[in-house]
Design a protein around this ligand. Sequence first.
Ligand code: DQA
Length: 149
Amino acid sequence: MRALVLNGPNLGRLGRRQPEIYGRTTHAELAARCVEWGAALGLEVEVRQTNHEGDLLDWLNAAADDATPVVLNAAAWTHYSYALWDACAQLTAPLVEVHISDPTQRPEVFRHTSVVTPHAAQVIAGHGVDGYRLALQALAEHVRSGPGG
Ligand code: DQA
Protein backbone atom coordinates (compact mmCIF):
# COMPACT_ATOMS: atom_id res chain seq x y z
CA MET A 1 0.00 0.00 0.00
CA ARG A 2 1.30 3.42 -1.01
CA ALA A 3 1.32 6.29 1.52
CA LEU A 4 2.40 9.91 1.32
CA VAL A 5 4.19 11.95 3.97
CA LEU A 6 3.64 15.59 3.06
CA ASN A 7 5.56 18.39 4.74
CA GLY A 8 4.78 22.08 4.45
CA PRO A 9 6.73 25.31 4.60
CA ASN A 10 10.12 25.67 6.28
CA LEU A 11 10.31 21.96 7.12
CA GLY A 12 12.95 21.61 4.41
CA ARG A 13 15.20 23.46 6.85
CA LEU A 14 14.87 20.86 9.58
CA GLY A 15 18.17 20.41 11.41
CA ARG A 16 19.06 24.07 10.94
CA ARG A 17 15.76 25.72 11.80
CA GLN A 18 15.27 26.49 15.53
CA PRO A 19 16.89 23.18 16.60
CA GLU A 20 15.86 23.86 20.21
CA ILE A 21 12.25 23.34 19.03
CA TYR A 22 12.54 21.06 15.99
CA GLY A 23 15.73 19.11 16.74
CA ARG A 24 18.82 18.41 14.66
CA THR A 25 17.52 15.78 12.23
CA THR A 26 17.56 17.09 8.66
CA HIS A 27 14.65 16.70 6.28
CA ALA A 28 16.67 14.25 4.16
CA GLU A 29 17.34 12.13 7.27
CA LEU A 30 13.69 12.30 8.27
CA ALA A 31 12.61 11.27 4.77
CA ALA A 32 14.93 8.24 4.82
CA ARG A 33 13.61 7.20 8.23
CA CYS A 34 9.99 7.55 7.07
CA VAL A 35 10.68 5.24 4.13
CA GLU A 36 12.21 2.65 6.52
CA TRP A 37 9.47 2.99 9.13
CA GLY A 38 6.86 2.68 6.37
CA ALA A 39 8.48 -0.42 4.88
CA ALA A 40 8.40 -2.12 8.30
CA LEU A 41 4.63 -1.46 8.35
CA GLY A 42 4.09 -2.67 4.79
CA LEU A 43 3.72 0.87 3.44
CA GLU A 44 5.52 2.19 0.39
CA VAL A 45 6.18 5.73 1.64
CA GLU A 46 6.97 8.74 -0.48
CA VAL A 47 8.03 11.91 1.37
CA ARG A 48 7.57 15.38 -0.13
CA GLN A 49 8.18 18.89 1.16
CA THR A 50 7.16 22.22 -0.30
CA ASN A 51 7.20 25.91 0.50
CA HIS A 52 4.46 26.52 -2.09
CA GLU A 53 0.89 26.06 -0.92
CA GLY A 54 -0.44 25.18 -4.40
CA ASP A 55 1.92 22.19 -4.56
CA LEU A 56 0.48 20.82 -1.35
CA LEU A 57 -3.09 21.37 -2.58
CA ASP A 58 -2.28 19.57 -5.86
CA TRP A 59 -0.75 16.64 -3.95
CA LEU A 60 -3.79 16.40 -1.67
CA ASN A 61 -6.17 16.57 -4.64
CA ALA A 62 -4.31 13.70 -6.32
CA ALA A 63 -4.32 11.75 -3.04
CA ALA A 64 -8.10 12.20 -2.89
CA ASP A 65 -8.49 10.88 -6.45
CA ASP A 66 -6.20 7.91 -5.81
CA ALA A 67 -7.44 7.19 -2.26
CA THR A 68 -3.86 7.45 -0.99
CA PRO A 69 -3.42 7.59 2.81
CA VAL A 70 -1.54 10.69 3.99
CA VAL A 71 0.57 11.78 6.94
CA LEU A 72 0.50 15.57 6.89
CA ASN A 73 2.60 18.18 8.64
CA ALA A 74 1.27 21.34 7.02
CA ALA A 75 3.48 23.47 9.31
CA ALA A 76 2.25 27.10 9.49
CA TRP A 77 -0.51 26.51 6.89
CA THR A 78 -2.11 24.26 9.51
CA HIS A 79 -3.18 27.32 11.40
CA TYR A 80 -4.86 29.50 8.78
CA SER A 81 -5.26 27.96 5.29
CA TYR A 82 -8.93 27.44 4.44
CA ALA A 83 -7.83 26.06 1.07
CA LEU A 84 -6.02 23.39 3.07
CA TRP A 85 -9.17 22.79 5.13
CA ASP A 86 -11.10 22.15 1.90
CA ALA A 87 -8.37 19.93 0.42
CA CYS A 88 -8.27 17.78 3.56
CA ALA A 89 -12.08 17.58 3.74
CA GLN A 90 -12.28 15.74 0.39
CA LEU A 91 -9.69 13.05 1.19
CA THR A 92 -10.95 9.54 0.65
CA ALA A 93 -8.37 7.56 2.64
CA PRO A 94 -7.17 8.12 6.22
CA LEU A 95 -5.25 11.28 7.11
CA VAL A 96 -2.96 11.52 10.16
CA GLU A 97 -1.83 14.99 11.23
CA VAL A 98 1.66 15.23 12.68
CA HIS A 99 3.67 18.03 14.29
CA ILE A 100 7.20 17.85 15.64
CA SER A 101 6.40 20.27 18.45
CA ASP A 102 3.02 20.44 20.16
CA PRO A 103 1.49 23.61 18.71
CA THR A 104 -1.30 23.62 21.32
CA GLN A 105 1.31 24.01 24.08
CA ARG A 106 3.27 26.82 22.43
CA PRO A 107 2.86 30.44 23.49
CA GLU A 108 1.72 31.81 20.11
CA VAL A 109 -2.07 31.68 20.16
CA PHE A 110 -2.25 31.37 16.35
CA ARG A 111 -0.76 27.87 16.70
CA HIS A 112 -3.68 26.66 18.81
CA THR A 113 -5.99 26.38 15.79
CA SER A 114 -5.71 23.63 13.16
CA VAL A 115 -7.67 23.45 9.91
CA VAL A 116 -6.40 19.86 9.51
CA THR A 117 -7.56 18.33 12.81
CA PRO A 118 -11.30 18.17 11.92
CA HIS A 119 -10.42 15.89 8.99
CA ALA A 120 -7.72 13.80 10.67
CA ALA A 121 -8.24 10.26 11.96
CA GLN A 122 -5.56 11.05 14.54
CA VAL A 123 -3.19 13.84 15.61
CA ILE A 124 0.36 13.13 16.77
CA ALA A 125 2.18 16.15 18.22
CA GLY A 126 5.10 16.88 20.50
CA HIS A 127 7.13 13.71 19.90
CA GLY A 128 9.87 15.26 17.77
CA VAL A 129 10.67 13.56 14.48
CA ASP A 130 9.79 10.21 16.09
CA GLY A 131 6.20 11.47 15.78
CA TYR A 132 6.40 10.53 12.10
CA ARG A 133 7.00 6.89 13.08
CA LEU A 134 3.98 7.05 15.39
CA ALA A 135 1.95 8.76 12.66
CA LEU A 136 2.83 6.08 10.09
CA GLN A 137 1.93 3.39 12.63
CA ALA A 138 -1.42 5.11 13.27
CA LEU A 139 -1.98 5.51 9.53
CA ALA A 140 -1.36 1.81 8.91
CA GLU A 141 -3.83 0.92 11.67
CA HIS A 142 -6.50 3.27 10.31
CA VAL A 143 -6.02 1.92 6.78
CA ARG A 144 -6.43 -1.64 8.09
CA SER A 145 -9.48 -0.78 10.15
CA GLY A 146 -11.43 0.12 7.01
CA PRO A 147 -12.89 2.90 4.89
CA GLY A 148 -12.09 6.38 6.12
CA GLY A 149 -9.94 4.87 8.89
C1 DQA B 1 4.99 22.55 13.19
C2 DQA B 1 4.29 23.51 14.17
C3 DQA B 1 3.78 24.72 13.44
O1 DQA B 1 3.15 25.60 14.37
C4 DQA B 1 4.92 25.46 12.78
O2 DQA B 1 4.41 26.55 12.03
C5 DQA B 1 5.80 24.60 11.96
C6 DQA B 1 6.09 23.24 12.42
C7 DQA B 1 5.63 21.35 13.91
O3 DQA B 1 5.94 20.38 13.24
O4 DQA B 1 5.84 21.40 15.14
O5 DQA B 1 6.35 25.03 10.95
O6 DQA B 1 4.02 22.04 12.29
